[in-house]
Design a protein around this ligand. Structure first.
Ligand SMILES: [Zn+2]
Length: 207
């Protein structure tokens, strides 16, 4: 363990763990999170910090670009996490948490240069964002003052929400009002969060 990790772990044991011993004792046997967060692997995104959540409150899946892949024909870890969260943990909310300056969305507009490494897996995964890119480009076509990257990030959140509807068990629970699905766009620099409104189909400030 290098110095940084060791110092961090020591601090955790002496401070956070020590002050929350009862919580960790309770959590040692079971978890019962209310909310699933699907967010980007980006190092600047910390859902627990953003929501002031304690261990055990959030079931988090992270991938590049906070993508929900289609239910079929794909099989993968994101789908497995959704299946487990909904059918076993019975989460009541699924939040797709996208963010500003998302490298995955920006990569959609990047032209590969010869001296750059080949990103076969990244490029393959980001095909899931193609639909958001097209939607963003259409919107820019109508109003070029808008920010293409921000639009792509927001459309990507919406397409992930739409794909969630394609998961039969999510759809069933939505119809029966047993689950809620939520889209959030988080601005790293200002700390503001915008929430997707399913009626107006726009994002507006959470607070
Ligand atoms: Zn990102």
């Amino acid at each position: 363990m290098d110095k940084l990790q060791k110092d961090g772990y020591n601090k955790f044991l002496k401070n956070y763990f020590k002050h929350n011993k009862d919580l960790f004792k309770r959590l040692s046997n079971t978890q019962k999170p209310d909310t699933m967060i699907i967010t980007c692997s980006d190092s600047r995104i910390n859902p627990a910090l953003l929501l002031d959540a304690k261990p055990g409150e959030l079931f988090v899946i992270r991938n590049i670009g906070n993508v929900v892949p289609p239910y079929q024909p794909e099989l993968g870890s994101t789908q497995a996490a959704i299946e487990y969260a909904v059918n076993v943990l019975n989460v009541k909310k699924i939040v797709v948490l996208g963010h500003s300056n998302c490298g995955a969305c920006a990569h959609m507009y990047h032209e590969h240069k010869e001296n750059e490494p080949e990103l076969k897996h990244v490029d393959h995964w980001l095909k899931h964002i193609e639909i958001a890119k097209s939607a963003a480009m259409l919107e820019i076509h109508a109003d070029e003052n808008k920010n293409l990257f921000e639009l792509t990030e927001k459309h990507n959140i919406v397409s992930s929400l739409r794909r969630l509807m394609g998961y039969p068990y999510v759809q069933k629970r939505l119809i029966n009002k047993k689950i809620d699905i939520i889209g959030w766009w988080y601005d790293i620099g200002t700390g503001s969060v915008e929430v997707y409104d399913f009626n107006s189909r726009h994002f507006s400030p959470a607070i």
